[in-house]
Design a protein around this ligand. Structure first.
Ligand SMILES: NC(=O)c1cc2c(=O)c3cc(F)ccc3oc2nc1N
Length: 327
């Protein structure tokens, strides 16, 4: 095969692997058997080794992880990543709704989302290419973990449109992957991770992306972070737009006409939270209309138009040398 044929074949493989990857990891609907995906990935890896000039920054071969970093670089968030205020009871949620109606004397509807128990990250796309990923950090300054995030298979390296956009989401480790990881650590006599959230955070803090690549991390995107005008009117439209671009959004998000519907959604997930194959620690409730969000604004650290209902801590029974403690 000459260099020109190699270039054409590499481009063909890149497009195929990104399409297969999108269907498998984002849509959860595989197009081809794993063996075919792996064979094409191996073929592209070999081609890039033979013709190094063919390797592009958005080649799917980055999914297996590049060279280790010496340290993480600090990055500033153009738009600060704030944190959510908390609600712990139905009354707290009704108070939130009342405060909203005092400030906005119009009808207000909400979007409810599962509160994924992972690590908040920001993803920056330029002309549709994933160019930078960062942790929340202190909200203003985070750490550049781009090379680790490129190994998260459900983060597209290229969007469906060549747009400039910054989005936010939660990286998490599915429960099954957490259990498998801790089994392996136990067998190796290593310290175990306490929960999937710590395992996800620990994996993204690895300087060697090849370690993150093996941790089967996943992501759900939940907000457009930049304040570019896109003519979107509601949060629901923003979620749909992100999904159209190829970003993974959570299918359980729900439009709620009023606080009564919000309370129903919350109650149903208090009951069903363990049916999910990932951990959630609550429900996030957001005012749906973006102009109403604008009107409500932010306190020093949190949006006034969103709140996180935190589930009551689950009754965890642990035994300590036979003594049963329930905490
Ligand atoms: N963990 C989550 O699943 C989740 C987290 C946040 C936030 O932290 C968050 C913070 C803000 F300042 C504004 C909106 C937000 O929306 C969010 N939505 C979610 N679904």
């Amino acid at each position: 095969m000459d260099a020109k044929e190699a270039q054409e074949r590499a481009e063909e493989l890149r497009n195929l692997l990104e399409k297969y990857g999108h269907h498998y990891y984002v849509l959860d609907a595989p197009l081809v058997p794993d063996a075919e995906y792996d064979a094409k990935m191996q073929e592209l890896i070999k081609l890039e080794e033979e013709y190094p000039e063919l390797k592009t920054s958005d080649s799917p071969t980055v999914r297996i992880g590049g060279p280790p970093l010496d340290a993480f670089v600090k990055v500033r968030h153009d738009v600060p990543m704030m944190s959510l205020g908390n609600a712990f009871s139905e009354q707290d949620l009704r108070d939130f709704d009342r405060r909203i109606h005092q400030a906005i004397n119009k009808e207000v509807s909400y979007i409810c989302e599962l509160k994924i128990d992972g690590l908040a990250v920001s993803l920056t796309y330029e002309n549709g290419r994933f160019v930078r990923g960062a942790t929340r950090g202190d909200g203003t300054t985070g750490e550049d973990i781009t090379s680790n995030l490129k190994t998260v298979r459900s983060i597209p390296l290229r969007l469906q449109e060549e747009v400039n956009m910054e989005v936010r989401g939660e990286v998490f480790m599915p429960k099954y992957s957490f259990e498998r990881l801790n089994d392996a650590k136990e067998k190796a006599g290593e310290v175990l991770f306490a929960n999937p959230r710590n395992a996800a955070a620990g994996s993204l803090r690895q300087l060697d992306p090849k370690i993150a690549a093996k941790r089967n991390l996943d992501i759900y995107l939940y907000a457009i972070g930049d304040d570019k005008g896109r003519g979107l009117k509601t949060h629901q439209e923003a979620l749909s737009y992100m999904k159209e671009l190829g970003l993974k959004t959570n299918p359980e998000s729900k439009y709620c006409d009023d606080i009564e519907e919000v309370l129903e959604y919350v109650k149903s997930w208090v009951e069903h939270r363990n049916d999910l194959n990932y951990e959630i620690d609550g429900i996030v409730i957001k005012v749906n209309d973006l102009s109403q969000q604008q009107e409500l604004g932010f306190t020093a650290k949190s949006p006034r138009w969103a709140i996180a209902y935190k589930f009551p801590a689950e009754e965890v029974v642990t035994t300590l040398e036979g003594i049963t403690l329930s905490v």
